[in-house]
Design a protein around this ligand. Structure first.
Ligand SMILES: [Zn+2]
Length: 325
């Protein structure tokens, strides 16, 4: 296979290359990416053989969330308002629901028809921040899996396995009503195989949520090499709707709903990269941009999400009807 053959659709013609630098930690190590002229997927030209080197142990997802897990007030409030949001029951929950902004996972649960007793897996969970938030919202069947944590983690009501996909399939094939991948899918090579394997964890009528950066966005068109979500070399694939749909189809899945959920970060962080400032620099975006500017970035993100031009999306997938295992 030629160096610039699209690993999603096989096209090798007129694929434009970009030279991008590592800017999350600011090592400025160069990596080449290319944009497929057919399916639009932007991908790293060569997957580094030593990817683990780019995930230092202080990588932000590997924190310990024990304290947060034991926060009782939060649990009482969130569990009541999520209960109200999903069932329309409970007076205290109704008040809390009216006063507080809706939780992201409530929207996901509604779209995917997932209840609080369903068995849910966050694959690539890190130390489990999302799971702990959902546990506080009253979800009871929560598990996580991540091959890169130091060992199994147990919080009250949440178990996180130190396990990769193969081990999870061996132990839990067909077990989960809902499998989520939050910004981990783009970090893994062999996208079709990956999705096919993840789908094996789903129960009959199971739903899959994959949240990824998307390249068919204003931020990519405007910032190109300085686009924050490229995150070289950790992000191997930046999909368009089209390229992601191809992956789904080949993996025997179909997208039944999409929610754009990009944030102001697509502007503030990309602007930092334009100024040669790494994401983890002490002079964070908040010190450089005024409050009004940060607010304007957030507002623009909301607008772009509505137009399906934001740089992140949540894809909801299922097996095509009639093909449930
Ligand atoms: Zn392609």
């Amino acid at each position: 296979m030629a160096l610039h053959t699209c690993r999603i659709c096989g096209n090798e013609k007129e694929n434009r290359t970009y030279n991008v630098r590592e800017m999350l930690h600011g090592t400025r190590e160069p990596f080449e990416y290319f944009e497929c002229s057919d399916c639009g997927c932007v991908q790293i030209s060569e997957v580094p053989p030593d990817l683990a080197r780019f995930y230092p142990s202080d990588y932000q997802v590997y924190k310990n969330y024990g304290r947060r897990a034991r926060n009782r007030t939060r649990r009482v409030v969130d569990s009541a308002r999520v209960g109200y949001a999903l069932s329309g029951k409970g007076i205290f929950g109704r008040v809390a629901h009216a006063l507080l902004p809706e939780l992201d996972y409530v929207e996901w649960a509604r779209i995917a028809h997932v209840g609080r007793d369903d068995r849910i897996l966050d694959f690539g969970s890190g130390a489990g921040k999302m799971l702990i938030r959902m546990m506080q919202g009253g979800f009871r069947g929560l598990e996580g899996a991540d091959p890169f944590i130091s060992g199994d983690i147990h919080y009250p009501g949440v178990t996180i396995h130190k396990a990769g996909l193969d081990e999870m399939i061996e132990r839990h094939e067909g077990a989960f009503d809902f499998v989520m991948m939050h910004h981990s899918f783009e970090h893994i090579d062999h996208q079709v195989t990956l999705m096919r394997q993840v789908a094996r964890l789903l129960a009959k009528n199971g739903r899959l949520l994959i949240r990824i950066p998307v390249v068919a966005s204003e931020a990519w068109e405007h910032y190109r090499e300085n686009w924050y979500s490229l995150d070289p070399p950790r992000h191997l694939y930046l999909h368009t709707q089209d390229s992601f749909r191809r992956v789904a189809r080949e993996a025997g899945m179909e997208i039944f709903h999409t929610v754009y959920d990009s944030t102001g970060t697509q502007f503030s962080q990309s602007e930092l990269y334009c100024r040669d400032i790494p994401a983890n620099a002490p002079r964070a975006a908040r010190d450089i941009f005024s409050k009004a500017q940060m607010k304007a970035y957030e507002a623009r993100a909301v607008e772009l999400n509505r137009e399906e031009r934001g740089d992140q999306a949540a894809f909801f997938l299922r097996r095509p009807s009639g093909q449930d295992a």
